[in-house]
Design a protein around this ligand. Structure first.
Ligand SMILES: [Zn+2]
Length: 126
């Protein structure tokens, strides 16, 4: 069952037996842990660091940035946790993936055309 809201709990240590629908926050160890919000039971550990996740506690609820993308789990869940609410990101449709590919190839073309231009400039200099 997909969770739409979470409870948060500040703990010193992250326990082994995480409860579904609860997000555990250890400030001591700069770690946040919860069970995947899709209900698959996999534990999601999100370290807090400038290059990993950031936690916002507004006194009542917590938010995590950036989003949680469980690409390593079979469920492939992707969601944001904002103000203790789970905002599900829809799984990309084939059309969207294709659009992404087109975007990639555009960037590649741009890159190559820049390279070619650069090479031409080099030739011009010599
Ligand atoms: Zn899951």
């Amino acid at each position: 069952m997909k969770h739409l809201t979470l409870k948060h709990e500040f703990v010193e240590y992250i326990h082994d037996n995480l409860k579904e629908g609860t997000i555990y926050i250890s400030i001591t160890f700069a770690t946040v842990a919860h069970k995947c919000c899709c209900g698959c039971g996999n534990e999601v550990i999100t370290p807090l660091a400038p290059t990993d996740w950031q936690l916002i506690f507004d006194g009542q609820s917590i938010s995590l940035y950036p989003s949680i993308g469980n690409w390593n789990f079979p469920c492939q869940s992707h969601y944001w946790i904002k103000h203790n609410k789970v905002k599900w990101v829809p799984i990309l449709s084939k059309k969207e993936i294709n659009t992404g590919r087109i975007h990639d190839s555009l960037i590649k073309n741009l890159y190559f055309s820049n390279t070619i231009r650069h090479k031409k400039n080099l030739k011009g200099d010599s």
